[in-house]
Design a binder for this molecule. Structure first.
Ligand code: DAH
Length: 356
């Protein structure tokens, strides 16, 4: 019995985990365990022998059981210690980063304008920001002596003496993309071109770089009536309320007839509210594309006609989102960007509603 005790107490002390401990329990004190089998032998003993062996076996069984229980709780403690050691985490570590950037109002409004006009069938076209003076002026019926060339405060690219390449300018408007698109795709055509333009000018409502969107629709029988419908649909969708327009006769070299377009607004309380009241605000230039412009782009003016318009994107952003100073758009001041910027994943769509 001493051998049995020593064997099991040693084995229990050496058990590496709970399943080893369970195996030991079964082989020692389980129903068919060694100690249990010994207990069965009691029946074959004399009463004297039994009086000695019985209590001794019971004591051994108790001793093994309590050794098993003690070892079990020691293993559990060790396992808990190991977990506490391994699963420790540093709650002072910095938290997961949250997105910092915002969508600039110019980008947001460009997306909004594009979403509305794309829904009407206009494709997006692009052109270079450094243009030849032919695309920026001549092809648009603005000849060399025309006052518009100086009125526009054009930035000219530097030319060394003896450099005879044609003059290049930073485009003063998005209108040259009309020419490039018609040269590339001919007629019929329906495009818009949002992009950067440049003029040497700087005050509360002018920055040397700003943004325009050009529109062009050429087909066989497009008229001013189509222009007016497109613009009224556009402004109503853009401002999220029905907006009346007023066409005033004007002059641009590249359109005939030409019209400046005002949108309905109220000036009450010192703030502009688009789509109400009986005031007017000039927002774009437009007209029927001049036959000379069509011809310069290789489109036969006897067969094709259509409208064009040009509008300031930054101006639209200021009006829609109540931003007072244009210059702040390009200061990269984080406080301004956080205040006026848009959530990165909040893309404008027509069905989602453009006004937020
Ligand atoms: N390009 C003109 C500007 O920058 C705006 C403009 C007026 C564009 C009439 C047009 C147009 O397409 O038809 O002031």
């Amino acid at each position: 019995m001493d051998d049995l005790r020593q064997k099991y107490l040693n084995a229990i002390a050496d058990a590496a985990d709970e399943s080893a401990l369970e195996d030991l329990r079964v082989t020692a004190v389980g129903k068919k365990g060694e100690v249990s089998l010994k207990m069965r032998e009691l029946g074959r003993m004399t009463p004297e022998e039994r009086q000695v062996a019985g209590p001794a076996l019971n004591a051994l069984k108790d001793e093994i059981n309590s050794a098993l229980a003690a070892k079990k709780s020691a293993l559990e403690d060790a396992a808990l210690d190991a977990r506490l050691r391994d699963e420790w985490l540093d709650v002072t570590l910095p938290a997961r980063q949250r997105p910092q950037g915002t969508i600039h109002p110019v980008s947001q409004v460009t997306e909004e304008v594009t979403a509305i006009l794309a829904d009407m069938g206009f494709a997006v076209a692009e052109g270079p920001q450094i243009e030849t003076d032919w695309y920026n002026f001549d092809a648009l019926n603005i000849p060399g002596h025309h006052p518009a060339r100086t009125e526009m405060d054009t930035f000219y690219m530097h030319r060394d003496e003896g450099d005879n390449r044609p003059p290049h300018v930073l485009r003063t408007h998005t209108s040259p993309v009309q020419i490039r698109s018609m040269q590339e795709n001919g007629a019929p055509i329906r495009i818009i071109c949002p992009g950067r333009v440049y003029r040497a000018d700087y005050d509360q409502t002018h920055t040397p770089m700003f943004h325009q969107v050009e529109g062009l629709a050429i087909d066989r029988d497009i008229s001013m009536a189509n222009l007016k419908w497109v613009l009224e649909e556009f402004f109503s969708a853009f401002f999220g309320t029905s907006v009346k327009t007023r066409f005033r006769a004007s002059h641009f070299p590249f359109t005939e007839p030409s019209a400046e377009v005002d949108i309905q607004c109220s000036w009450e309380g010192g703030t502009v509210k688009v789509g109400e009241g009986d005031g007017w605000l000039e927002v774009l230039g437009s007209g029927m594309v001049h036959p000379k412009v069509l011809a310069a782009a290789g489109v036969d003016p006897n067969e094709w006609q259509g409208f064009a318009f040009g509008m300031g994107i930054d101006r639209m952003a200021m009006l829609k989102y109540g931003i007072p100073d244009l210059r702040a758009f390009f200061d990269s001041d984080l406080r301004w960007l956080r205040h006026y910027g848009f959530a990165a994943l909040d893309q404008p769509t027509l069905h989602g509603g453009l006004v937020r």
